[in-house]
Design a protein around this ligand. Structure first.
Ligand code: SF4
Length: 414
């Protein structure tokens, strides 16, 4: 029997129209989701084992083992959170406080600067629902949602017919791609692809600001100024524009100043917004939670009543400078995503991993604790890439503890 709708936690788009078929408490069929979502909802290929020092054990011993590693540590770090519910993230922040420890997430080396600028109201933003109903000009900048968020174009940004965009992508929407290569999303957008060299994003932003100011734009790379002027004209006439900022843009910018200048210039003549293309389903939720608690979105150190913040409290710096002596990793695989030298150093520290699925980091961990897969084996709440809170529903029964319950049990032991 078909059941739903459920929310997919395969990426930060959090598609809320998923229906499934169940057989003996297993998901036998998933409708509506993309392939990425189907594999997420169908569960892990390699479920996380419950271990201490590489030996299988029961959950109570693993929780006690995790608590004793953290209690013995002088400088513990709690890292991850992007694949946990808001409720689990709040518990993780409480644990970091209790331990006088550090807390950080992947936003410290990906979309954090953009989320922070939005929370400080330095960048105008909007919701994906507004994009669906109102957007007439969409820019994918350093982003390829056809792969990273496969239903982005069909659910919200390009193909749907919105209330104010009844004639859809054929007549009512213009989609532009700025990227260093012709991605699949760029192929969809046809002539509106602007290919720029690697790390030329800020230069292209400045040339667009010139074109928007009716000056002849100049670039050090080979792009016809007429094409930039043509783009500037489209942007000036936009009624509701949105920039989807991908990692390609964020990694290329040494500072957000050129982006601020471009957004402010665009907003002199039209209405433009920015949404960061967040990957993990609830990374933005963690940043919101920590911001509420401390005024910062990541890289925080609790010490008694005081809160320190800064680049020196990021996972990369803490590991590189041999500061941390134990790391609790929740729903993340830093050994697979950090630069090789940092990952090598991290693998030598006492690691505890809480995750539904086995990964490279868990294979190097002193303690591994399996948790329920959120959005499938447990419910909760999360924040979508545009900042909207979404309720996740449980699809199948599970006797696995949630991240929130595991962290609460570790706190009790400490
Ligand atoms: S686009 Fe993202 S949220 Fe939507 S079904 Fe695919 S993986 Fe899931």
């Amino acid at each position: 029997m078909e059941k739903g709708p459920f929310v997919c936690t395969g990426c930060a788009l959090l598609c809320d129209d998923i229906s499934v078929e169940l057989q003996n408490n297993n998901v036998s069929r998933v409708d509506t989701a993309c392939r990425k979502g189907v594999s997420r909802i169908k569960g892990c290929i390699s479920p996380m084992p419950c271990t201490v020092d590489g030996k299988a054990t029961d959950i109570n011993i693993a929780i006690k083992g995790a608590a004793s590693v953290l209690k013995a540590a002088k400088h513990p770090l709690i890292f991850g959170h992007g694949n946990s519910t808001l409720e689990a993230q709040i518990r993780a922040i409480e644990l970091a406080k209790k331990l006088n420890g550090h807390i950080d997430d992947t936003s410290s080396f990906c979309q954090g600067p953009l989320v922070e600028a939005i929370l400080y109201e330095k960048l105008p933003t909007c919701t994906l629902d507004e994009v669906r109903h109102k957007a007439d000009v969409i820019i994918f900048w350093g982003a390829d949602p056809s792969h990273s968020h496969p239903r982005h174009l069909s659910m919200y940004s390009y193909f749907p017919r919105g209330k104010q965009r009844q004639r859809g992508w054929e007549e009512d929407r213009t989609a532009v791609v700025v990227d260093v290569r012709k991605s699949d999303t760029a192929t969809v957008c046809g002539d509106m692809f602007y290919e720029i060299p690697i790390r030329a994003d800020s230069e292209f932003m400045e040339s667009l600001v010139s074109a928007l100011s009716n000056k002849v734009p100049k670039t050090s790379f080979n792009m016809d100024p007429k094409r930039i002027l043509e783009l500037a004209n489209i942007l000036k006439k936009a009624e509701f524009g949105v920039v989807f900022a991908g990692l390609g843009m964020t990694y290329s910018l040494d500072s957000l100043e050129p982006l601020f200048r471009l957004m402010s210039k665009l907003n002199e003549t039209s209405k433009f917004h920015l949404i960061p293309m967040v990957g993990q389903y609830n990374m933005r939720g963690f940043d919101h939670n920590l911001f509420k608690e401390t005024g910062y979105i990541n890289r925080v150190h609790f010490s008694g009543e005081s809160i320190d913040h800064g680049p020196n409290h990021s996972i990369v710096e803490l590991v590189n400078n041999n500061i941390v002596d134990a790391v609790l990793i929740i729903g993340s695989d830093p050994l697979a995503s950090l630069p090789g030298q940092v990952a090598k150093k991290l693998s030598k520290i006492s690691l505890i991993t809480i995750d539904p699925c086995e990964n490279l980091t868990s294979r190097k961990s002193k303690v591994t604790i399996p948790s329920a897969l959120s959005g499938v084996e447990c419910g909760g709440t999360a924040v979508r890439m545009d900042g909207v809170e979404v309720t996740l529903k449980q699809i199948i029964d599970s006797n696995r503890l949630t991240d929130e319950q595991i962290i609460a049990r570790i706190m009790e032991e400490i």
